[in-house]
Each structure stands twice: as structure tokens, then as C-alpha cells.
Design a protein around this ligand. Sequence first.
Ligand code: SF4
Ligand code: SF4
Length: 132
Amino acid sequence: MTIINTTVPLGLIKNIDDYSRIINEILKHDVSFNILKFSTTSEGINLLLDVPEEKIKTITESLTKNNILVNKKGRVIVDKNLCINCGSCISLCPTDALHFKEDLQLEFSEDKCIGCLLCIDSCPRFAIQESR
Ligand code: SF4
Ligand code: SF4
């Protein structure tokens, strides 16, 4: 299974149940999946999903055709000057984009980040910010 981050953009939302557009679109392809997180953000309704790796292409094409955003990568920045390497953000990151190096310093791998934003509120130093 692989984690993807999906968003129904604010402009397309008429009521809170509109998140079901994501679910119904995926179910059309006879896929079983897990919903890891549901949230509303300034950008829209966000679902973090665990889906079968072999179905990623089909799901992505199907969702983007319906103007649903998928897998926006690298959406946070980490201020190394503020970070105290406490590790609090690491335990929340579903993709290992945040991890310790051998010297126990935090490392952020932007290419692994799926922009779920789970890490932002975990930082006691406000070292992680959403990039625009
Ligand atoms: S937004 Fe934060 S928690 Fe989510 S994948 Fe990126 S680094 Fe990890
Ligand atoms: S939670 Fe903040 S201070 Fe702690 S390791 Fe992550 S970025 Fe650094």
C-alpha cells in the first residue's frame, strides 16, 4: 500500500459531504483502501489515503480528471535554525520524509513529502511551515 494526499479544492465544495467525491471516484475502480486522515484546510477538504501501489496511476488519473488534487509534493519547509532535533515531527510523518540522520540531526527529504501537513502542529519550535 502507498499513501497519497488528496484534496477537493475549496471552489468545488458545496457542503461537507463533498469529500465523498474522492471516495466514490476511487470505488469506481474496485479498489480497497484506508482513510488515514480527514481534514479541512484553507485549500479544501483533504483526505490522506492508503491505496494499493499498483492502482496509483489509475486512481490519480481518475481523480485529477475530476479536478481533485493528488499528491502535492514538498509542501513544507523546515527551518534548521529553529529545529532542536527533538524528533516530534518524525513520528507523525507517514512517508519518512522527516527522519534522523546517523548523527541524530533531522533531515527532510522533499521528494518523499506528500504534503499531508501532519508535521506542522507537532513542532514545539514552529520550525515547520507550509510552503506556498
Ligand atoms: S507534510 Fe510533513 S508529515 Fe506530511 S509527508 Fe511532508 S514532511 Fe511528512
Ligand atoms: S518537531 Fe520541530 S524541533 Fe522537533 S525535530 Fe521536528 S522540526 Fe525539529
